[in-house]
Design a protein around this ligand. Structure first.
Ligand code: AMP
Length: 488
């Protein structure tokens, strides 16, 4: 498969079909191809031909799609960044990747002035060339960029197309996740590869139920792609049912635990639709395992399985010594195969810790506990301080490192509070250098503002508790368990 050629082919066979809808804006396949060619031509004339990544900053605008393909056709990979990220975070990413920054507004200003020559040819993109670099939270406080090559992505898409059997030039896919998260890769490229329409929800539509339901009602969605957290939110409203989305025939999840009650409620409210659970880290190109969740599966397994590994990829369960765990026992999930990333961009040391060779295949330490039963893989939680909150991947260490970097912080610990066994909110315990005369409320407001200049909103603790010291364990470490008890 050559994914870029496949996408462009729709501009010939279905030029007027909508490739992307966002709010009132519609981008056709013909426009996507011609405008991404224009952008590529501009970039080829204005940037060194060094394949250095381009950081694209925007939200859900169609220009993001034009930007992704335009960068690739000019021989550059892209780093999708949501414009809601604080400037400091964007700056850190751009520096780590040594990237050129391009905003949607700049792109909009560039396009009208570019005249495409008739003999325009895109820069060839080899299978080992990077396609995108997605940055995820890093435990040291600096995000790390997962490099996904053309081969990684095409391998993933080939599997998806074979398994999910989408109708060509028929489907309408929901795009809920911002493009800076790899869940969006699942809807974006499944859609573009099959001549589908990507229907993006804008930020305001996701937080205001009235706007959300109005958008969904006009969407004609056939494939729902979101985090389970977002589906849970929608299901709180009884109107979220088959009458709202009469054409939907698949709910396709990835990124966090799919609770059996959510799957069961979806099957009840959308009797004609299938529900799928898929699992995988960004480091192994979106998803590695999958399973259709039927009522039989829900009855038999709680928690739900994440399924079987995709063809050509292995998921093994390893003991701490790196040996395959005896049948059924819990261990670390190791992923090996062609979907495993070449590593973290410009971060060789981090890469060498997480990635390795296993029987001649590229392999990744997921840091996820798992076990295998009845030939099915089960996710059993994290081995470290990485969490999922409202579907977002967060390293607790990232928040703590950024708290430590604030001028008045002597020490800080962040804890996740669970409600009904689900991630609910974060609390920061902080020891100040100088508590001053401010009330705790004033201190919290000031600290949230300072932290908000460094971290995205979804990483900000809801509660701040100011202490003069932390309880410690007998070996002198902060006793997180005791701290958690103070919240009960
Ligand atoms: P991300 O890189 O944002 O996709 O996050 C990857 C991590 O999310 C995995 O390592 C798991 O900890 C978690 N995860 C992904 N998919 C699932 C799933 N279906 N069920 C449970 N956890 C999941």
């Amino acid at each position: 498969m050559h994914l870029l050629e496949r996408i462009d082919s729709w501009s010939v066979t279905r030029p007027e079909r909508a490739a992307h809808i966002s709010g009132d804006a519609v981008l056709t396949y013909q426009q996507l191809t011609s405008q991404s060619n224009q952008l590529a031509h501009y970039l080829l004339n204005n940037l060194p031909h060094d394949r250095a990544p381009i950081a694209l900053v925007g939200h859900k605008q169609s220009e993001m799609l034009i930007g992704f393909l335009g960068c690739l056709k000019a021989g550059h990979s892209y780093i999708p960044l949501d414009a809601s990220l604080p400037a400091q975070r964007i700056e850190a990413i751009v520096q780590t990747a040594n990237a050129t920054l391009l905003t949607v507004d700049e792109l909009k200003a560039i396009l009208p002035g570019v005249k495409l020559p008739e003999n325009f040819t895109a820069c060839p993109l080899e299978p080992d060339d990077a396609w995108y670099i997605i940055f995820t939270s890093g435990s040291t406080g600096t995000p790390k960029g997962v490099t996904i090559t053309r081969h990684n992505l095409e391998n993933f898409i080939e599997w998806i197309l074979a398994e999910q059997k989408f109708e060509e030039a028929q489907e309408i896919f929901l795009n809920q996740a911002p493009f800076s998260f790899d869940l969006s890769v699942m809807d974006l490229y499944s859609s573009l590869a099959t001549g589908g329409t990507l229907f993006s929800l804008e930020k305001e539509e996701m937080v205001e139920p009235k706007k959300l339901y109005a958008a969904l009602a006009k969407s004609q969605l056939t494939v729902w792609v979101s985090t389970p957290s977002f589906a849970r939110l929608c299901l709180m409203d009884p109107h979220f049912n088959e009458s709202l989305l009469p054409q939907v025939r698949k709910f396709w999840f990835c990124g966090e635990t799919l609770a059996p009650e959510i799957a069961a409620l979806l099957l009840e409210r959308f009797p004609k639709a299938e529900v799928w659970n898929t699992y995988g880290p960004t480091e192994a190109t979106v998803a590695t395992t999958s399973i259709q969740i039927t009522n039989e599966v829900i009855e038999k397994y709680r928690p739900l399985p994440v399924g079987r590994a995709k063809p050509g990829t292995r998921v093994e369960i390893h003991t701490p010594e790196g040996k395959p765990a005896p049948g059924g026992e819990r261990g670390e999930m190791i992923i090996a195969g062609e979907n495993v990333s070449v590593g973290y961009f410009n971060q060789a040391e981090l890469s060498s810790k997480a990635f390795f060779q296993m029987d001649g295949q590229r392999a990744y330490h997921t840091g996820d506990w798992g076990h295998i039963r009845d030939g099915l893989i089960f996710f059993d939680g994290r081995m470290d301080f990485q969490i999922k909150l409202n579907g977002y991947r967060i390293e607790i260490g990232d928040i703590e490192a950024n708290l430590h970097a604030l001028p008045n912080v002597r020490d800080a610990v962040v804890l996740l509070t669970l409600k009904n066994e689900r991630a609910d909110y974060l609390t920061a315990f902080v020891i100040l250098k100088d508590p001053g005369a401010q009330t705790d409320f004033e201190l919290m407001r000031a600290m949230k503002k300072q932290l908000g200049e460094r971290l995205p909103e979804y990483m900000l603790p809801r509660k701040f508790i100011f202490l003069s010291g932390f309880p410690t364990t007998p070996n002198g470490k902060v006793d997180r368990k005791k701290l958690a008890e103070t919240l009960a």
